[in-house]
Design a protein around this ligand. Structure first.
Ligand code: NAD
Length: 519
């Protein structure tokens, strides 16, 4: 792509679109992944792990290519692309994903009482689903795929990637690298918007990982429900941070600015509401307002700390939320306007916000920190939980025990003290939410129900039949009665049961022997 193209993207006039895949092409991608999958699975876990490690090294070696694409698709600086999308840490991420997979995929031996279940051995195994479709949003065009690509492949699945139509190139690049490294057809690509996502679900994938908006998540869940396939949903957020009067104010201002403005707030776990105790609110607001004013933004400065909003439609939402807050009496302490050029929006701090404002209730997905002043921690907890979302929630305080106790009272999937959102970089920690954020679990061994089904394998080495088999005679009734009495603590029933079991086994065998006699 030329520099002119790049400039026009950031002006919002156009971005390069991929040619949408037809339904037939998507069906063929799924079919190819399905053919390649059994061979991939048969390679075994150690081999698959080695290939995933190689993939991570390969990405690092070619980081310049993918960073270039990310710069084009997001407008972020090369440094932010290296750090924010997980490229810098991909080798460690792969190692941690492999550790998580080893635990999730290990066969599980179920211990049985040899008296009640003589001769029986049971193993619960993890079996790959088959082909997993991964549908991603545009905000982290690389990282949103990687968190699910590793577990899907480590579990022995084929995969088809569906990038966002707003950031199609990075996903296509991941697909090209996979095509170079993994067996032919194992990782496929479906390009385009809603129709491509729908076609992917309809094309016979065995599971769907969806990351995106609540609105689309509901549609994807319904479609996957029609097909009765598992569907992991990682949806929107409206994360709250609670700032207590005893916090380390310098560190807190720096941390909240980081996680409010990171990726220009286009982060499902961006801090989008700050509840501050009255006693320190003036100091907090003036500090964070001044810090916001010092950040350099793309569209205002050549070298910048914060990139632009990725697309015009998203910028319109940010502006509408800020306007609503202004109209209802919020005070703009910093920002509140577009940059000189392009789709940048200046880091914004709004003071005196109230719970009914759109900026406090709806996902903004922009660099805006609304501050709500509260009397105390109890009021902050109540207001923080008054939300349809629940992804991350954080408490900022020097009293760590109290901070943990408060964090545990937040209705969220990830609760933090003195930090926010960072667990997204850890492959062994579940990334999950409650309410409209969706029930999906990304990363960690707990994400594996999407990637594997369980198979229970029982082998019976007992020489005698089980005592409860046919015929249903009086001894069977006595046997059942003894089981109940033993459960209620009777030791005599315990002894009686041993004799009854032996008698019943003889009866069952004789019953069958009789049946086998020739007429
Ligand atoms: P979106 O829902 O508009 O699109 C997401 C993906 O779904 C895209 O690839 C899109 O083409 C596809 N799609 C659209 N309609 C579809 C349909 N009917 N069937 C199948 N696929 C369809 O979301 P977006 O605007 O790209 O992303 C922003 C949202 O993603 C925000 O709400 C953000 O919070 C959320 N997000 C959540 C997480 C998380 O981990 N919880 C992470 C990143 C982003």
């Amino acid at each position: 792509m030329t520099r002119t193209d790049l400039a026009s993207i950031r002006d919002g006039s156009s971005y390069p679109s991929a040619r949408p895949s037809s339904r037939e092409e998507i069906a063929r991608s799924v079919a190819r992944a399905r053919s390649a999958q059994p061979g991939w699975s048969a390679l075994g876990f150690d081999w698959r792990s080695q290939m995933c490690r190689r993939f991570a090294h390969h990405v690092l070696e070619r980081r310049a290519e993918v960073i270039d694409l990310l710069v084009q698709e997001t407008g972020r600086s090369p440094t932010e692309c290296l750090m924010a999308d997980g490229i810098a840490v991909i080798v460690d991420y792969a190692k941690a994903a492999i550790r998580a997979a080893r635990r999730a995929l290990a066969p599980e031996r179920v211990r049985l009482s040899p008296i009640d279940w003589p001769g029986k051995k049971i193993v619960v195994e993890a079996v790959p689903r088959g082909v997993v479709g991964i549908i991603a949003p545009w905000n982290y065009p690389f990282g949103n795929f990687i968190k699910s690509l590793f577990p899907a492949l480590l579990a022995g699945n084929g995969v088809v990637l569906k990038p966002s139509e707003y950031a199609p190139r990075t996903g296509a690049w991941i697909h090209e690298q996979c095509a170079d490294l993994f067996p032919e057809g194992l990782v496929g690509l479906a390009e385009g918007g809603a129709e491509a996502g729908e076609a992917l679900i309809d094309a016979g994938v065995d599971a769907i990982v969806f990351t995106g908006s609540v609105r689309t998540g509901r549609k994807v869940a319904a479609r996957a429900g029609e097909r009765l396939i598992p569907c992991s949903l990682e949806l929107g957020g409206k994360d709250a941070a609670i700032v207590l009067a005893d916090c380390d104010l310098e560190r807190t201002v720096a941390g909240i600015a980081q996680w409010g403005f990171h990726n220009a707030g286009q982060n499902c776990a961006a801090i989008e509401r700050v509840y501050v105790e009255d006693r320190i609110a003036d100091m907090f607001v003036s500090g964070i307002g001044r810090l916001a004013g010092r950040l350099r933004v793309a569209g205002d400065a050549e070298a910048f700390d914060m990139g632009p909003i990725q697309n015009e439609a998203q910028l319109a939402i940010v502006e509408a939320h800020v306007e609503d807050a202004r109209a209802r009496g919020a005070i703009v302490v910093a920002g509140g306007e577009r940059t000189h050029r392009g789709l940048g929006y200046r880091p914004t701090v709004l003071d005196r916000c109230t719970q009914e404002m759109r900026i406090v209730r709806e996902e903004t997905f922009g660099p805006v920190l609304p501050v709500i002043r509260v009397q105390d921690a109890e009021a902050a907890i109540t207001l923080a939980n008054d939300s349809t979302y629940g992804l991350n929630g954080s408490v900022w305080t020097r009293d760590l025990a109290r901070g943990e106790a408060i964090a545990r009272r937040l209705d969220v999937g990830v609760a933090l003290v003195n930090n926010h959102a960072i667990t997204g970089a850890l492959a062994e920690v579940p990334w999950t939410g409650v309410k409209d954020t969706g029930p999906g679990v990304a990363a960690s061994r707990h994400s594996y129900p999407t990637f594997v089904r369980r198979r229970s394998v029982l082998t019976d080495r007992a020489k005698q039949p089980d005592p409860f088999w046919y015929p249903a005679d009086d001894d069977l009734a006595r046997f059942g009665q003894a089981v109940v009495e033993r459960a209620l603590g009777s030791t005599r029933a315990f002894v009686r049961l041993a004799g009854l079991a032996t008698a019943r086994m003889r009866t069952v065998r004789a019953f069958a022997k009789e049946a086998l006699k020739p007429d």
